[in-house]
Design a protein around this ligand. Structure first.
Ligand code: ATP
Ligand code: MG
Length: 340
């Protein structure tokens, strides 16, 4: 097998995408996307409905051909070496890809056979993965009888059969309840601990925060921001100081005392949920605020700071709330909604 020599010699980048373009008629689903996923890490690709996430995953899985640009995964070019590339990747698509009429075990065994595993090896792998994803008890039941979370876990198990070096997870927890979402996250974390490189698409800021070390934010087929999760959050705005007085009745008085200081950003302070939230633009302000409140004898029950949430980050970067594309073309989510 020949490896493409555009891959960095140190081999630390598992996925390299440059200028990737994909059009559907007049829709630019991908409009020149660049990204890198470092080996053994999780890159979160964050974007609203219709941003181009699934199109990206399809290109990187060789399911569709890009119109322009390059993408190299585990050293293989998506256009020139699709066969080799497919052997190194796993894919959990946005919608369950397992056969509902078959039992969980049968699904995994069949995929193993399709991947050319000898019968005993396919059997062993199916058993191992069912055990690992806590599906052993449900192994013989048809998938039709599985809950949403069990299906997702089976999907993840199915994508792991070929022991992929690079795994794509396209919105792995959309539609799951919080508990099931946590279970899926735990499994993804285990895979990453085992050395799998993951490209994860999501609309959930919390999911990106939980799983990804780096983020690429896309909107209408273009990368609008990227970097380490914390860096992105810090870039968007400073920290917010939250103060809860022992007596909520003191909140207005506290706010008034602070406003008299005339510190930068103080005017943006807000009172809600029994707390005073103060924008902190520089560390010296933090000391000033705490010093002042202490000096005035306010009784404080809780004090803390937080960085902006990724929802706020997205809003600040794209200038709008995560929204659907407005060209009238239905997105996956809309099609799914229409089918339901
Ligand atoms: N097969 C297709 N034919 C025509 N247009 C398509 C096709 N697939 C996607 N599109 C369009 O390309 C754009 C990107 O779609 P894509 O499915 O990649 O977005 P997404 O980020 O995965 O959205 P969602 O969060 O809803 O899954 C959208 O405008 C969509 O309507
Ligand atoms: Mg999608």
């Amino acid at each position: 097998m020949t490896r493409i020599d555009t891959i960095p010699a140190d081999g630390t980048t598992a996925v390299t995408v440059r200028g990737l373009v994909k059009h559907y008629g007049a829709t630019k689903a991908l409009d020149g996307v660049d990204l890198d996923v470092r080996e053994g890490t999780v890159l979160g690709v964050l974007g609203p409905n219709g941003a181009g996430k699934t199109t990206l995953v399809r290109c990187l899985s060789t399911l569709i051909l890009p119109d322009a640009g390059t993408a190299v995964v585990a050293g293989f070019d998506v256009v020139k070496q699709p066969r080799q590339l497919r052997r190194t990747i796993g894919l959990t698509g946005q919608y369950a890809s397992v056969d509902e009429k078959l039992a969980g075990w049968e699904n995994l065994y069949m995929i193993g056979r399709l991947l050319d595993l000898p019968r005993p090896a396919a059997r062993k792998r199916a058993d191992e993965l069912l055990e690992r994803f806590s599906l052993t008890e449900a192994a013989k039941k048809p998938v039709l009888q599985y809950s949403g979370g069990m299906r997702r876990r089976l999907d993840l198990a199915a994508s792991m059969i070929g022991q992929p070096a690079v795994l794509y997870l396209d919105e792995p927890t959309t539609g799951l309840d919080p508990r099931t979402r946590n279970e899926v996250w735990a499994e993804v974390k285990r895979m990453v601990a085992d050395g799998v490189t993951v490209l994860l698409t999501t609309q959930y800021m919390e999911e990106a925060e939980q799983l990804a070390s780096e983020l690429t934010v896309i909107d209408r087929g273009r990368v609008v921001a990227g970097g380490k999760v914390d860096e992105l959050k810090a870039k968007v705005g400073g920290r917010t100081l939250e103060i809860r007085p022992s007596d909520p009745g003191q909140l207005p008085e506290m706010a008034r005392a602070l406003s008299e200081t005339g510190l930068d950003g103080i005017a943006g302070s807000q009172i809600h949920d029994g707390m005073l939230f103060v924008p902190i633009l520089a560390d010296v302000q933090l000391t000033a605020v705490i010093g002042l409140l202490g000096g005035r004898g306010f009784d404080i029950a809780h004090i803390g700071t937080h960085l902006p949430s990724l929802d706020e980050v997205f809003l600040a970067i794209t200038g709008e709330k995560a929204s659907e594309q407005s060209d009238g073309t239905p997105t996956d989510a809309q099609l799914k909604g229409a089918a339901a």
